[in-house]
Ligand binder design. Structure first.
Ligand code: LLP
Length: 415
């Protein structure tokens, strides 16, 4: 459910016409709906009502400060994976006690920065990382709260690039290794093991893999209790999927019910790290048709957005619905929607049936609010698009469009 809707055959973001936004901000343009973000956060967070929990938005999905602030105002915490994300969330005014820090390769300075800010906890992914955190915390004479990330070897049945909880993945530790790592952690003077963490993958469209993981975690938790450990948190990660096309993922309420049911006998604070389910359908990317081109084998619609702006179709073959901003009658046509970048893999859609597009038409690429702008680059020296946040009839320029000077700013010493 989102608030990008047609009114008199013209696409609106909440109460603002997309055409008006494009007139002011040009294309390609990322547009987020504040009302949709709030609604999604609320739907997700309220699914865990009745149990002690903290919803930490996964910043990698959408790290725009305006978006982070909006979510923080609703009580969201943040799941970060780098010093850069820590910097962002602190700038957005997030309470450090609502920050969890995941990722397999935390650097020493990043660990120091997180300890200085007194974040809630580190999700630790290896023994060496545990020892490194102990060393850095020791130098600072502070205690680091940690959860160890376990890899429960559960198949999330999603795209291989975004499945993370299988034995062959680089993430976390298998149950045996994790148990010995907790034993290693117990006597470490600057480490306080307070939780168990797990994240099995992204864009999951059923609750079963989560429940399978929980079953394994519960047994594991029992083993930690037997060791005399005081575990207070269970971080289940993110991963709940959304509808891009025909997918039918469980509603957050159903996900919440199933998780609460599985955890009912345990006295733990649940942490969740949703990204896509909050931001994915709260954003679109608007692009303009530059040219159309018919070849003997294909019809191409060449647009001004490219893989540098939205990488998902090129990287994962992901589907994003594409529709004209101004609804039209007329014939449908099978096309490849492609960008100006010099790569065959630069497409937003392939073999897609859309109303025949003409030069200067505006197209909306839906479900682009998560892993859209955050995965963008300047490849082919293309300045990144602007981001705007619409709240009813209010428009906030959340990030200005990059200009040519931004491309060279860090090379000034070479001019
Ligand atoms: N927590 C951890 C430790 C994660 O690694 C991730 C995502 C999340 C939470 C949030 O997952 P979500 O709720 O958004 O599924 N670029 C890919 C997605 C990569 C996800 C990486 N980790 C895409 O565009 O589909």
């Amino acid at each position: 459910m989102h608030y990008f809707e047609y009114r008199n055959r013209e696409l609106f973001a909440e109460d603002v016409s997309i055409r008006e936004l494009v007139r002011e901000f040009d294309t390609p343009l990322y547009i987020y709906s504040a009302r949709t973000l709030r609604r999604h956060f609320q739907a997700f967070d309220s699914a865990f009502q009745g149990i002690s929990h903290l919803t930490c938005f996964s910043v990698k999905a959408n790290s725009n400060i305006c978006v982070l602030k909006l979510l923080a105002e609703m009580g969201s915490g943040m799941d970060i994976v780098s010093g850069g994300e820590l910097f962002r969330v602190l700038k957005a005014g997030i309470d450090p006690q609502k920050i969890v820090y995941s990722g397999v390769g935390k650097r020493e300075h990043e660990i120091r920065e997180a300890l200085l800010s007194d974040i809630l906890m580190f999700n630790v992914e290896s023994r060496q990382e545990l020892e490194k955190i102990n060393q850095v915390a020791g130098e600072m004479n502070v205690q680091a709260r940690v959860s160890l990330r376990i890899n429960p070897d559960v198949d999330p049945r999603t795209h291989p690039y975004i499945s993370t909880g299988l034995k062959k993945n680089k993430f976390g530790m298998d149950l045996e290794q994790a148990l010995s790592s907790y034993q290693l952690a117990m006597p470490l003077p600057y480490i306080q093991p307070v939780g168990i963490d797990c994240h099995i993958g992204s864009q999951l469209t059923s609750v079963e893999p989560f429940l399978e993981a929980l079953e394994r975690i519960k047994i594991f938790y029992g083993q930690l209790v037997d060791l005399g450990m005081e575990i207070r948190y269970l971080d289940l990660g993110g991963g709940l999927g959304i509808t891009y096309d025909q997918e039918d993922p469980p509603h957050p309420a159903e996900f919440g019910r199933a998780v609460k049911d599985s955890l009912k006998e345990l006295d733990l604070t649940l942490i969740l790290e949703p990204g896509r389910v909050i931001a994915g359908n709260a954003g679109i990317l608007v692009t303009r048709v530059l040219y159309t081109k018919k070849t003997p084998s294909k019809n191409f619609v060449i647009v001004d957005a490219a893989m540098n702006d939205l990488l998902r179709p090129s990287l994962y073959g992901s589907y994003h619905r594409i529709a004209p901003v101004q609804e039209k009658d007329g014939s449908l046509c099978y096309v490849d929607v492609v960008g100006p970048i010099c790569e065959t893999g630069d497409f937003l859609a392939q073999g897609r049936e859309i109303p025949e597009a003409e030069q200067d038409d505006l197209l909306a690429v839906f479900s682009a609010g998560a892993y859209g702008f955050t995965m963008s680059s300047q490849y082919n020296s293309r300045p990144r698009p602007a981001e705007v946040l619409v709240d009813k009839n209010e428009v906030i320029l959340a990030r200005r469009r990059e200009v040519y000077f931004d491309l060279l700013q860090l090379e000034e010493q070479c001019f």
